[in-house]
Design a protein around this ligand. Structure first.
Ligand SMILES: C[S@@+](CC[C@H](N)C(=O)[O-])C[C@H]1O[C@@H](n2cnc3c(N)ncnc32)[C@H](O)[C@@H]1O
Ligand code: SF4
Length: 396
Protein backbone atom coordinates (compact mmCIF):
# COMPACT_ATOMS: atom_id res chain seq x y z
CA UNK A 1 0.00 0.00 0.00
CA UNK A 2 2.79 2.39 1.06
CA UNK A 3 4.78 1.41 -2.02
CA UNK A 4 1.83 2.18 -4.29
CA UNK A 5 1.43 5.57 -2.66
CA UNK A 6 5.13 6.30 -2.98
CA UNK A 7 5.13 5.37 -6.63
CA UNK A 8 2.15 7.67 -7.27
CA UNK A 9 3.91 10.51 -5.49
CA UNK A 10 7.08 9.84 -7.45
CA UNK A 11 5.21 10.34 -10.74
CA UNK A 12 5.48 13.67 -12.52
CA UNK A 13 2.32 15.76 -12.75
CA UNK A 14 0.63 15.54 -16.18
CA UNK A 15 -1.60 18.45 -17.09
CA UNK A 16 -3.94 18.11 -20.07
CA UNK A 17 -4.66 21.87 -20.16
CA UNK A 18 -3.09 24.89 -18.50
CA UNK A 19 -5.21 26.92 -16.03
CA UNK A 20 -6.11 30.62 -16.46
CA UNK A 21 -3.20 33.00 -15.89
CA UNK A 22 -3.20 36.16 -13.75
CA UNK A 23 -0.59 38.81 -13.02
CA UNK A 24 0.16 40.12 -9.52
CA UNK A 25 2.21 43.31 -9.13
CA UNK A 26 3.47 44.16 -5.64
CA UNK A 27 3.93 47.72 -4.42
CA UNK A 28 5.84 47.58 -1.13
CA UNK A 29 5.38 51.02 0.47
CA UNK A 30 2.80 52.67 2.72
CA UNK A 31 2.55 56.08 4.24
CA UNK A 32 2.66 54.52 7.69
CA UNK A 33 3.07 50.90 8.85
CA UNK A 34 -0.05 49.62 10.63
CA UNK A 35 0.64 47.80 13.93
CA UNK A 36 -1.24 44.62 12.87
CA UNK A 37 0.15 44.27 9.36
CA UNK A 38 2.60 41.56 8.29
CA UNK A 39 2.40 42.27 4.56
CA UNK A 40 5.62 43.18 2.76
CA UNK A 41 5.08 46.90 3.22
CA UNK A 42 7.55 49.55 4.32
CA UNK A 43 6.88 52.98 5.67
CA UNK A 44 7.82 55.79 3.32
CA UNK A 45 10.15 57.96 5.32
CA UNK A 46 10.13 61.76 5.19
CA UNK A 47 11.13 62.96 1.76
CA UNK A 48 9.97 59.59 0.34
CA UNK A 49 13.35 58.02 1.06
CA UNK A 50 13.26 54.47 -0.24
CA UNK A 51 10.48 55.15 -2.74
CA UNK A 52 11.71 56.20 -6.15
CA UNK A 53 8.74 55.72 -8.50
CA UNK A 54 10.64 55.78 -11.79
CA UNK A 55 13.23 53.34 -10.46
CA UNK A 56 10.64 50.90 -9.11
CA UNK A 57 8.54 50.95 -12.29
CA UNK A 58 11.67 50.31 -14.37
CA UNK A 59 12.48 47.32 -12.15
CA UNK A 60 8.90 45.99 -12.46
CA UNK A 61 8.95 46.17 -16.25
CA UNK A 62 12.34 44.43 -16.44
CA UNK A 63 11.01 41.84 -13.97
CA UNK A 64 7.95 41.16 -16.14
CA UNK A 65 10.26 40.60 -19.13
CA UNK A 66 12.08 37.85 -17.26
CA UNK A 67 8.76 35.97 -17.00
CA UNK A 68 7.79 36.17 -20.69
CA UNK A 69 9.51 32.92 -21.77
CA UNK A 70 7.60 31.06 -19.05
CA UNK A 71 4.17 32.27 -20.26
CA UNK A 72 4.74 32.46 -23.98
CA UNK A 73 1.48 32.41 -25.99
CA UNK A 74 -0.77 32.57 -22.92
CA UNK A 75 -3.40 35.25 -22.23
CA UNK A 76 -3.63 37.09 -18.92
CA UNK A 77 -7.18 37.30 -17.58
CA UNK A 78 -6.69 39.52 -14.51
CA UNK A 79 -4.16 41.87 -12.94
CA UNK A 80 -3.98 42.76 -9.24
CA UNK A 81 -1.78 45.61 -8.06
CA UNK A 82 -1.48 45.06 -4.33
CA UNK A 83 0.64 46.12 -1.45
CA UNK A 84 1.44 48.04 0.46
CA UNK A 85 -0.47 50.98 -0.92
CA UNK A 86 -0.23 51.09 -4.74
CA UNK A 87 -2.49 54.17 -4.79
CA UNK A 88 0.65 56.07 -3.71
CA UNK A 89 1.82 55.73 -7.32
CA UNK A 90 1.13 58.77 -9.47
CA UNK A 91 -1.51 58.41 -12.19
CA UNK A 92 1.27 58.92 -14.77
CA UNK A 93 3.33 56.20 -13.13
CA UNK A 94 0.36 53.82 -13.22
CA UNK A 95 -0.20 54.66 -16.88
CA UNK A 96 3.44 53.95 -17.69
CA UNK A 97 3.29 50.64 -15.83
CA UNK A 98 0.04 49.41 -17.40
CA UNK A 99 1.07 50.55 -20.89
CA UNK A 100 4.29 48.56 -20.49
CA UNK A 101 2.30 45.51 -19.36
CA UNK A 102 -0.07 45.80 -22.36
CA UNK A 103 2.88 46.09 -24.74
CA UNK A 104 4.40 42.85 -23.44
CA UNK A 105 1.52 40.63 -22.38
CA UNK A 106 -1.60 39.52 -24.20
CA UNK A 107 -4.50 40.69 -22.00
CA UNK A 108 -7.98 39.24 -22.34
CA UNK A 109 -10.38 41.92 -23.66
CA UNK A 110 -12.35 42.14 -20.39
CA UNK A 111 -9.27 41.79 -18.19
CA UNK A 112 -10.05 42.73 -14.57
CA UNK A 113 -7.41 45.21 -13.32
CA UNK A 114 -7.60 45.85 -9.56
CA UNK A 115 -5.63 48.35 -7.51
CA UNK A 116 -5.55 48.40 -3.69
CA UNK A 117 -5.95 51.81 -2.13
CA UNK A 118 -5.79 53.29 1.32
CA UNK A 119 -8.62 55.79 2.05
CA UNK A 120 -5.94 58.17 3.35
CA UNK A 121 -4.45 58.41 -0.15
CA UNK A 122 -7.60 58.85 -2.28
CA UNK A 123 -7.96 61.99 -4.38
CA UNK A 124 -10.59 62.54 -7.09
CA UNK A 125 -8.17 63.75 -9.73
CA UNK A 126 -5.74 60.94 -9.14
CA UNK A 127 -8.51 58.32 -9.26
CA UNK A 128 -9.72 59.69 -12.59
CA UNK A 129 -6.14 59.26 -13.82
CA UNK A 130 -5.98 55.66 -12.53
CA UNK A 131 -9.23 54.85 -14.36
CA UNK A 132 -7.84 56.39 -17.54
CA UNK A 133 -4.66 54.32 -17.15
CA UNK A 134 -6.81 51.14 -17.23
CA UNK A 135 -7.62 50.32 -13.59
CA UNK A 136 -11.21 49.04 -13.57
CA UNK A 137 -11.56 47.75 -10.00
CA UNK A 138 -10.49 49.31 -6.71
CA UNK A 139 -10.13 47.65 -3.32
CA UNK A 140 -10.29 50.12 -0.44
CA UNK A 141 -8.79 49.36 2.98
CA UNK A 142 -11.63 50.83 5.07
CA UNK A 143 -11.31 48.54 8.16
CA UNK A 144 -13.89 50.49 10.21
CA UNK A 145 -15.85 53.73 10.08
CA UNK A 146 -15.28 54.58 13.73
CA UNK A 147 -12.63 57.11 14.58
CA UNK A 148 -11.63 55.53 17.90
CA UNK A 149 -11.32 52.13 16.25
CA UNK A 150 -9.30 53.49 13.34
CA UNK A 151 -7.00 55.22 15.79
CA UNK A 152 -6.50 52.00 17.76
CA UNK A 153 -5.59 50.31 14.46
CA UNK A 154 -3.02 53.03 13.73
CA UNK A 155 -4.77 54.02 10.49
CA UNK A 156 -4.04 57.33 8.80
CA UNK A 157 -7.72 57.95 7.92
CA UNK A 158 -10.85 58.69 9.96
CA UNK A 159 -14.48 57.65 9.42
CA UNK A 160 -15.42 60.68 7.31
CA UNK A 161 -12.40 60.17 5.06
CA UNK A 162 -13.37 56.52 4.65
CA UNK A 163 -16.87 57.52 3.45
CA UNK A 164 -15.48 60.19 1.18
CA UNK A 165 -12.98 57.71 -0.36
CA UNK A 166 -15.80 55.23 -1.08
CA UNK A 167 -17.88 57.92 -2.80
CA UNK A 168 -14.89 58.89 -4.99
CA UNK A 169 -14.08 55.27 -5.80
CA UNK A 170 -17.70 54.50 -6.77
CA UNK A 171 -17.76 57.56 -8.98
CA UNK A 172 -14.76 56.36 -11.01
CA UNK A 173 -14.98 52.57 -10.91
CA UNK A 174 -17.84 50.18 -11.61
CA UNK A 175 -16.26 47.54 -9.46
CA UNK A 176 -15.29 48.46 -5.89
CA UNK A 177 -14.36 46.29 -2.93
CA UNK A 178 -14.40 47.48 0.67
CA UNK A 179 -12.07 45.72 3.15
CA UNK A 180 -13.39 45.71 6.71
CA UNK A 181 -12.05 44.00 9.78
CA UNK A 182 -13.91 42.66 12.80
CA UNK A 183 -12.87 41.38 16.22
CA UNK A 184 -11.21 44.76 16.73
CA UNK A 185 -9.79 46.02 20.05
CA UNK A 186 -12.72 46.40 22.52
CA UNK A 187 -15.26 46.04 19.67
CA UNK A 188 -18.86 45.51 20.77
CA UNK A 189 -21.62 43.78 18.80
CA UNK A 190 -23.31 47.17 18.30
CA UNK A 191 -20.13 48.82 17.03
CA UNK A 192 -19.59 45.95 14.56
CA UNK A 193 -23.22 46.27 13.43
CA UNK A 194 -22.83 49.97 12.82
CA UNK A 195 -19.70 49.33 10.66
CA UNK A 196 -21.56 46.74 8.58
CA UNK A 197 -24.63 48.93 8.14
CA UNK A 198 -22.51 51.88 7.00
CA UNK A 199 -20.62 49.64 4.57
CA UNK A 200 -23.88 48.22 3.19
CA UNK A 201 -25.32 51.70 2.67
CA UNK A 202 -22.84 52.27 -0.19
CA UNK A 203 -24.06 49.18 -2.12
CA UNK A 204 -20.52 48.37 -3.28
CA UNK A 205 -20.47 45.22 -5.45
CA UNK A 206 -17.93 43.42 -3.21
CA UNK A 207 -17.08 43.38 0.50
CA UNK A 208 -14.30 41.60 2.40
CA UNK A 209 -14.52 40.96 6.14
CA UNK A 210 -11.37 39.88 7.89
CA UNK A 211 -11.13 38.74 11.45
CA UNK A 212 -8.23 40.75 12.93
CA UNK A 213 -5.36 38.36 13.62
CA UNK A 214 -2.28 39.07 15.69
CA UNK A 215 0.47 38.14 13.26
CA UNK A 216 3.99 37.31 14.47
CA UNK A 217 6.58 40.07 13.97
CA UNK A 218 4.06 42.90 14.16
CA UNK A 219 3.73 45.59 16.82
CA UNK A 220 0.44 44.05 17.99
CA UNK A 221 2.13 40.66 18.48
CA UNK A 222 4.53 42.30 20.96
CA UNK A 223 2.00 44.67 22.53
CA UNK A 224 -1.35 42.91 22.08
CA UNK A 225 -4.47 45.06 22.41
CA UNK A 226 -7.50 43.72 24.29
CA UNK A 227 -9.57 41.81 21.74
CA UNK A 228 -13.13 40.49 22.12
CA UNK A 229 -13.42 36.90 23.39
CA UNK A 230 -13.87 33.99 20.96
CA UNK A 231 -17.60 33.85 21.77
CA UNK A 232 -17.97 37.58 21.16
CA UNK A 233 -16.12 37.26 17.83
CA UNK A 234 -18.39 34.35 16.82
CA UNK A 235 -21.44 36.51 17.63
CA UNK A 236 -20.07 39.38 15.53
CA UNK A 237 -19.40 37.00 12.65
CA UNK A 238 -22.93 35.51 12.80
CA UNK A 239 -24.45 38.99 12.94
CA UNK A 240 -22.32 40.15 9.95
CA UNK A 241 -23.25 37.10 7.91
CA UNK A 242 -26.98 37.62 8.48
CA UNK A 243 -26.84 41.31 7.58
CA UNK A 244 -24.77 40.62 4.47
CA UNK A 245 -27.01 37.83 3.24
CA UNK A 246 -30.10 39.96 3.86
CA UNK A 247 -28.52 42.61 1.61
CA UNK A 248 -27.90 40.03 -1.20
CA UNK A 249 -24.20 39.51 -0.70
CA UNK A 250 -23.14 35.90 -1.04
CA UNK A 251 -20.23 34.56 0.99
CA UNK A 252 -18.16 32.81 -1.69
CA UNK A 253 -14.88 32.54 0.21
CA UNK A 254 -13.98 32.53 3.91
CA UNK A 255 -13.74 36.35 4.03
CA UNK A 256 -15.20 37.47 0.68
CA UNK A 257 -18.80 38.50 -0.11
CA UNK A 258 -20.13 39.60 -3.48
CA UNK A 259 -23.30 40.69 -5.20
CA UNK A 260 -24.36 38.39 -8.06
CA UNK A 261 -21.53 37.92 -10.61
CA UNK A 262 -19.30 40.44 -8.82
CA UNK A 263 -16.77 37.98 -7.39
CA UNK A 264 -13.13 39.02 -7.73
CA UNK A 265 -11.88 37.19 -10.84
CA UNK A 266 -8.27 37.52 -9.77
CA UNK A 267 -8.71 36.04 -6.29
CA UNK A 268 -11.01 33.32 -7.63
CA UNK A 269 -8.18 32.24 -9.90
CA UNK A 270 -5.82 31.89 -6.89
CA UNK A 271 -8.40 30.00 -4.90
CA UNK A 272 -9.08 27.64 -7.82
CA UNK A 273 -5.35 26.93 -7.98
CA UNK A 274 -4.90 28.83 -11.23
CA UNK A 275 -1.58 30.26 -12.44
CA UNK A 276 -0.14 33.68 -11.69
CA UNK A 277 2.97 35.63 -12.49
CA UNK A 278 4.14 37.62 -9.45
CA UNK A 279 6.39 40.62 -10.00
CA UNK A 280 7.73 43.18 -7.54
CA UNK A 281 9.41 42.96 -4.14
CA UNK A 282 8.64 39.67 -2.39
CA UNK A 283 6.08 38.60 -5.01
CA UNK A 284 5.31 34.91 -5.51
CA UNK A 285 4.36 33.26 -8.79
CA UNK A 286 2.97 29.87 -9.77
CA UNK A 287 3.27 28.77 -13.37
CA UNK A 288 2.19 25.42 -14.79
CA UNK A 289 3.61 23.47 -17.72
CA UNK A 290 2.28 20.21 -19.16
CA UNK A 291 4.71 18.16 -17.02
CA UNK A 292 5.44 20.38 -14.01
CA UNK A 293 4.15 23.16 -11.80
CA UNK A 294 6.67 25.78 -10.76
CA UNK A 295 7.02 28.40 -8.04
CA UNK A 296 8.95 31.69 -8.24
CA UNK A 297 9.79 34.01 -5.31
CA UNK A 298 11.46 37.44 -5.49
CA UNK A 299 13.77 39.37 -3.15
CA UNK A 300 11.59 40.75 -0.37
CA UNK A 301 13.22 44.04 0.55
CA UNK A 302 12.42 46.78 -1.99
CA UNK A 303 15.98 48.12 -2.11
CA UNK A 304 17.52 44.65 -2.55
CA UNK A 305 14.86 43.87 -5.14
CA UNK A 306 15.63 46.97 -7.21
CA UNK A 307 19.39 46.47 -6.88
CA UNK A 308 19.09 42.85 -8.00
CA UNK A 309 17.06 43.88 -11.04
CA UNK A 310 19.64 46.56 -11.88
CA UNK A 311 22.77 44.49 -11.39
CA UNK A 312 21.70 40.92 -12.27
CA UNK A 313 18.62 41.46 -14.41
CA UNK A 314 16.48 39.33 -12.10
CA UNK A 315 15.47 39.26 -8.45
CA UNK A 316 14.53 35.59 -8.04
CA UNK A 317 15.50 34.01 -4.75
CA UNK A 318 13.62 30.82 -5.46
CA UNK A 319 12.58 29.09 -8.68
CA UNK A 320 11.61 25.46 -8.32
CA UNK A 321 9.16 22.76 -9.20
CA UNK A 322 6.39 22.20 -6.66
CA UNK A 323 6.85 18.53 -5.82
CA UNK A 324 4.09 15.96 -6.19
CA UNK A 325 4.32 15.62 -2.40
CA UNK A 326 3.45 19.29 -1.80
CA UNK A 327 0.88 19.77 -4.59
CA UNK A 328 -2.15 18.21 -2.83
CA UNK A 329 -1.72 20.43 0.26
CA UNK A 330 -1.19 23.56 -1.82
CA UNK A 331 -4.29 22.73 -3.85
CA UNK A 332 -6.43 22.16 -0.74
CA UNK A 333 -5.03 25.25 0.99
CA UNK A 334 -6.59 27.37 -1.73
CA UNK A 335 -9.65 25.55 -3.01
CA UNK A 336 -11.16 24.65 0.37
CA UNK A 337 -11.46 28.37 1.17
CA UNK A 338 -14.25 28.60 -1.42
CA UNK A 339 -17.74 28.05 -0.01
CA UNK A 340 -18.71 26.15 -3.19
CA UNK A 341 -15.41 24.25 -3.19
CA UNK A 342 -14.47 22.86 -6.60
CA UNK A 343 -15.50 19.85 -8.69
CA UNK A 344 -13.49 16.74 -7.89
CA UNK A 345 -12.09 16.66 -11.44
CA UNK A 346 -10.42 20.04 -10.81
CA UNK A 347 -7.90 18.26 -8.58
CA UNK A 348 -6.52 16.28 -11.53
CA UNK A 349 -6.79 19.21 -13.93
CA UNK A 350 -4.83 21.59 -11.69
CA UNK A 351 -2.30 19.32 -9.97
CA UNK A 352 -1.84 16.76 -12.77
CA UNK A 353 -2.08 14.01 -10.13
CA UNK A 354 -4.64 11.20 -9.68
CA UNK A 355 -7.21 11.84 -6.94
CA UNK A 356 -6.23 8.62 -5.14
CA UNK A 357 -3.14 10.38 -3.72
CA UNK A 358 -5.51 12.16 -1.33
CA UNK A 359 -8.14 9.47 -0.76
CA UNK A 360 -6.96 8.81 2.81
CA UNK A 361 -7.20 12.52 3.67
CA UNK A 362 -10.62 12.80 2.00
CA UNK A 363 -11.93 9.87 4.06
CA UNK A 364 -10.56 11.32 7.29
CA UNK A 365 -11.92 14.84 6.60
CA UNK A 366 -15.36 13.48 5.66
CA UNK A 367 -15.51 11.27 8.76
CA UNK A 368 -14.64 14.28 10.92
CA UNK A 369 -17.51 16.25 9.34
CA UNK A 370 -15.13 18.82 7.84
CA UNK A 371 -15.62 17.84 4.19
CA UNK A 372 -18.88 17.49 2.25
CA UNK A 373 -19.69 13.86 1.40
CA UNK A 374 -20.68 14.64 -2.24
CA UNK A 375 -18.23 12.46 -4.24
CA UNK A 376 -18.24 14.97 -7.13
CA UNK A 377 -17.16 17.90 -4.98
CA UNK A 378 -14.20 18.94 -2.86
CA UNK A 379 -15.99 21.28 -0.52
CA UNK A 380 -15.68 22.20 3.14
CA UNK A 381 -18.74 21.80 5.34
CA UNK A 382 -19.81 24.73 7.53
CA UNK A 383 -17.76 23.13 10.29
CA UNK A 384 -14.83 22.73 7.89
CA UNK A 385 -14.91 26.42 6.96
CA UNK A 386 -14.98 27.33 10.62
CA UNK A 387 -12.00 25.11 11.44
CA UNK A 388 -10.30 25.53 8.09
CA UNK A 389 -6.75 25.10 9.43
CA UNK A 390 -7.65 21.68 10.86
CA UNK A 391 -9.19 20.66 7.55
CA UNK A 392 -6.24 21.88 5.46
CA UNK A 393 -3.69 20.25 7.77
CA UNK A 394 -5.16 16.82 7.01
CA UNK A 395 -3.62 17.17 3.54
CA UNK A 396 -0.16 18.26 4.75
C1 LIG B 1 -2.54 44.65 1.94
S1 LIG B 1 -3.89 45.32 2.75
C2 LIG B 1 -4.33 46.40 1.42
C3 LIG B 1 -4.94 47.74 1.52
C4 LIG B 1 -4.18 48.93 2.02
N1 LIG B 1 -2.80 48.69 2.20
C5 LIG B 1 -4.82 49.30 3.31
O1 LIG B 1 -4.49 48.69 4.31
O2 LIG B 1 -5.66 50.20 3.26
C6 LIG B 1 -5.19 44.14 2.56
C7 LIG B 1 -6.19 43.96 3.66
O3 LIG B 1 -5.80 42.94 4.54
C8 LIG B 1 -6.47 43.10 5.76
N2 LIG B 1 -5.51 42.82 6.84
C9 LIG B 1 -4.22 43.23 6.92
N3 LIG B 1 -3.64 42.75 8.05
C10 LIG B 1 -4.59 42.02 8.70
C11 LIG B 1 -4.63 41.29 9.94
N4 LIG B 1 -3.57 41.21 10.74
N5 LIG B 1 -5.77 40.66 10.28
C12 LIG B 1 -6.86 40.71 9.47
N6 LIG B 1 -6.89 41.40 8.31
C13 LIG B 1 -5.78 42.05 7.94
C14 LIG B 1 -6.97 44.53 5.81
O4 LIG B 1 -8.38 44.53 5.77
C15 LIG B 1 -6.39 45.14 4.56
O5 LIG B 1 -7.24 46.08 3.98
S1 SF4 C 1 -1.74 50.43 4.86
FE1 SF4 C 1 -2.30 48.28 4.40
S2 SF4 C 1 -0.42 47.30 3.64
FE2 SF4 C 1 0.14 49.29 4.57
S3 SF4 C 1 0.79 48.76 6.60
FE3 SF4 C 1 -1.39 49.29 6.72
S4 SF4 C 1 -2.50 47.33 6.39
FE4 SF4 C 1 -0.38 47.01 5.80
Amino acid sequence: MLNTLNSVLATQPKLTALPPLSLYIHFPWCEKKCPYCDFNSHQIKDGKQGFDEARYIKALIADLETELPRIWGRQVHSIFIGGGTPSLLSANGMNELLSAVRARVNLEPDCEITMEANPGSVETEKFAGFAKAGINRVSLGIQSFQDAQLKALGRIHNGEEAKCAIAIALQHFKSVNLDLMFGLPNQTLEAARSDIETALSFKAPHLSFYNLTLEPNTYFANFPPKLPSEDEIDAIFEQNLKLLEAADYRRYEVSAYAKKDQECKHNLNYWRFGDYIGIGAGAHGKISFPDKITRQVRERHPETYMQSMETKGNALIEAREITAKDLPFEFMLNTLRLTDGVDTVTFGERTGLPLNVVSKGLDEATKKGLLDSDPNKLKATEQGLRYLNNLQEIFL
